[in-house]
Design a protein around this ligand. Structure first.
Ligand code: SF4
Ligand code: SF4
Length: 102
């Protein structure tokens, strides 16, 4: 089991999650972050940090987000680790509003 980043992270990338993760399991491309399931220690610290509720315990993923488990595994293996917070993407504020998180 691991935690999984899902579609709400797209065009947002606030990276608040990275600041609290005790291991180096977040990886990033230009659009969003992904969790390496082999590195994640299932601590859950990242979940309440995400302002758009993008992160789920794999065991509690809603049906329509199930495909993100495989996406995280595949993308994390190919992308560099991100272990510092970064500026959110320019689209982040609009994306957050669009998703209904004020
Ligand atoms: S805090 Fe949420 S939106 Fe921001 S990078 Fe992490 S998962 Fe993505
Ligand atoms: S559950 Fe813990 S170890 Fe896994 S990604 Fe979140 S903060 Fe990192």
């Amino acid at each position: 089991m691991a935690f999984v980043v899902t579609e709400n992270c797209q065009r947002c990338r606030f990276t608040d999650c990275v600041a609290v993760c005790p291991v180096d399991c977040f990886h990033a491309d230009d659009e969003m972050l992904y969790i390496d399931p082999d590195e994640c220690i299932d601590c859950g610290a990242c979940v309440p940090e995400c302002p758009v509720e993008a992160i789920f315990d794999e065991a509690q993923l809603p049906d329509h987000l199930q495909s993100w488990t495989a996406v995280n595994k595949e993308r994390a293996a190919k992308l560099p680790v991100i272990n510092d917070t970064e500026e959110p993407l320019p689209t982040a504020a609009a994306r957050k509003k669009e998703l209904g998180f004020g």
